[in-house]
Design a binder for this molecule. Structure first.
Ligand code: PMP
Length: 307
């Protein structure tokens, strides 16, 4: 069954158009040269109503991604955020995944992107747990990928660009074909970078570690959320270079992402992590994460947008 709202609407360049008419021409620059920047985040159904989690952080990252690629979005951030809200309302969804995308459209083919318009769209659809039904509770089995993350000064890792996801697809396909749920990529220095669509955290002796932004990672919004929550919970935290073998001897390892949320990792390369189950600190962070989204913690960081 299609997860898409096929009788729903897509926001395209300022207009809501029927899902089945939300098309672009095959000669659009983005189709040939990967020229798009996008976002992915969620709206949740909570006891206090539907809430978008960290809307402004995601829109800010979208504008930053576009800036790196010299793309000027013809809307203010405020207008773009309003368009996200409008799209969710138009599709009558209580919870959903939200996918804004900015791309070089139809104009002139050739590597030079400048002759093409900067087009924008927002799609929403219902999306359950990203790494499987049981993933949040039981954890997932993953492998270290033979594919590395892009080298510094090749493709900007801090931009969420469509082209970067060709690298992610190699990591993901290799993991799936080998019988794992996900792959973890090293960077060109051989240190831990991230999953194909998630940041990574490890816990050793009650201290949380995560690689720095210079490790060829996307600056995850969930990563940022988890770092703030560790501070709130007084859990010691360090951002540092992580060698591959440190993963195997960790007490707990988990992925973070707007889609993956906080997903425990129970084995890496068939080596059991901790006792092979979701660990107590991971559980504690998951509880805090979802309690914050539900509005149970107030909203001291202004992360919640009710619609
Ligand atoms: N790294 C990559 C490569 C991703 O695709 C994602 C998902 N957007 C993340 C990390 C996590 O980012 P966020 O928490 O902002 O969803």
């Amino acid at each position: 069954m299609s997860p898409f709202v096929e009788n729903g609407k897509v926001w395209m360049n300022g207009k809501l158009v029927p899902w089945n008419e939300a098309n672009i021409h095959i000669a659009s620059h983005v189709i040939h040269y990967g020229s798009c920047l996008f976002e992915g985040f969620r709206a949740y159904e909570t006891p206090k109503g539907t809430v978008i989690f960290r809307l402004d952080a995601h829109i800010r990252r979208l504008y930053n991604s576009c800036k790196m690629y010299r793309m000027e979005i013809p809307y203010t951030m405020k207008e773009f955020m309003q368009a996200v809200i409008e799209t969710i309302k138009a599709n009558h969804l209580k919870s959903c995944y939200i996918r804004p995308i900015v791309y070089r459209g139809y104009g002139k083919l050739g590597v030079d992107p400048f002759p093409n318009p900067v087009d924008c769209a927002i799609l929403v659809w219902e999306w359950g747990s990203y790494l499987g039904e049981q993933a949040l509770e039981s954890g997932v089995d993953v492998k270290i990928s033979s594919w590395q993350r892009m080298a510094p000064n090749t493709f900007p890792a801090l931009a969420k660009s469509g082209a970067n996801y060709m690298n992610s697809q190699l990591i993901k396909m290799e993991a799936l074909v080998d019988g794992y749920v996900e792959g973890i990529a090293l960077n060109v220095r051989g240190h831990i970078s991230e999953g194909s669509g998630e940041n990574i955290f490890i816990i050793i002796d009650d201290t949380i570690h995560t690689p720095p932004l210079s490790a060829s990672i996307l600056p995850g919004i969930t990563r940022d959320t988890v770092i703030r929550l560790t501070q709130d919970l007084n859990i010691p935290f360090v951002e540092e270079t992580i060698p591959r073998e440190m993963l195997y001897i960790s007490d707990e390892v988990f992925f973070t992402g707007s889609a993956a949320e906080i997903t425990p990792i129970r084995s890496i390369d068939k080596i059991k992590i901790g006792n092979g189950k979701r660990g107590p600190i991971t559980k504690n962070l998951q509880d805090e994460y979802f309690a914050y989204i539900d509005g149970d913690r107030g909203d001291k960081y202004h992360w919640l947008t009710y619609i």
